[in-house]
Design a protein around this ligand. Structure first.
Ligand code: SF4
Ligand code: SF4
Length: 237
């Protein structure tokens, strides 16, 4: 995805970017099609935390029961996705055209058909995906569309996530090319636990995430220093 100030290149199409108080036309007819044949529902720690809270469970239970994870090819970070079921690849939370976790559905679902991006200056903007469902006769602002989702907290989370992930990806990629496969797998496990699992359900997630990332920062700094010492020793040898 590439962006200019008011445009974004999305899957080969140039789309307008809009702000939270801009309006768009869309009416969901609740057909449930967007909950099937999908392999792209990415879940952030914030999504998992909200789902776990709503269902009265721990994040680990949600991860084990409803998701799968892999290491991103270019990010080298763990990515958690909804684990669809059956031949029709249906979301495990779809129940007769209704979402069982409507009030705590993941951001990707809550926003749909909107997408969301963080610009370099930190502004958050929205785009309307070119989709062929629902009606296009209802006018609302982005703010109204995602009112149930808790816009302020969701945007605060998204901003924190973007600010954290971009430098983390660069750093982890630099480390990956210097370590053995065994160290790489250990690092993947630590990243997975730190980013997705190490949360108490009794505290808000954003400060916990920031603390987890600060601890990981210390750990990565130690690893980087070790690798640098190694490089220096090899150069001398
Ligand atoms: S979480 Fe809810 S809205 Fe999202 S795909 Fe599943 S059933 Fe549909
Ligand atoms: S967003 Fe579109 S596909 Fe999804 S339930 Fe509404 S009308 Fe159907």
């Amino acid at each position: 995805m590439t962006t200019e100030e008011n445009k974004v290149e999305f899957r080969g199409t140039s789309l307008d970017l809009i702000s939270v108080d801009d309006t768009f036309y869309f009416r969901c007819t609740k057909c449930g099609k967007c909950c099937k044949e999908r392999d792209d529902i990415i879940l952030s720690p914030y999504d998992l935390y909200r789902m776990a809270k709503y269902l009265g469970k721990e994040i680990e239970d949600i991860i084990n029961s409803y998701t799968r994870w892999h290491i991103g090819e270019s990010s080298k970070l763990p990515i958690v996705m909804m684990r669809m079921r059956g031949e029709k690849r249906t979301c495990p939370f779809l129940d007769k055209h209704k979402c069982r976790i409507h009030e705590a559905k993941p951001a990707v679902c809550a926003l749909f058909p909107l997408g969301r991006i963080a610009q370099e200056n930190g502004d958050i903007r929205y785009l309307i995906q070119p989709i062929f469902c629902g009606g296009h006769d209802k006018r609302q602002t982005v703010r109204e569309w995602i009112a149930e989702f808790g816009l302020e907290e969701s945007e605060a989370w998204f901003r924190t996530w973007q600010e954290t992930i971009v430098p983390l990806v660069r750093r982890v990629n630099e480390i990956y090319v210097k370590v053995s496969e065994m160290v790489m797998h250990q690092l993947e496990e630590v990243l997975f636990i730190t980013i997705y699992l190490a949360y108490s359900m009794d505290e808000p997630i954003i400060p916990q995430f920031q603390r987890n990332i600060a601890k990981m920062d210390e750990m990565l700094t130690c690893l980087e220093e070790l690798l640098e010492e190694n490089d220096t020793r090899e150069e001398k040898d």
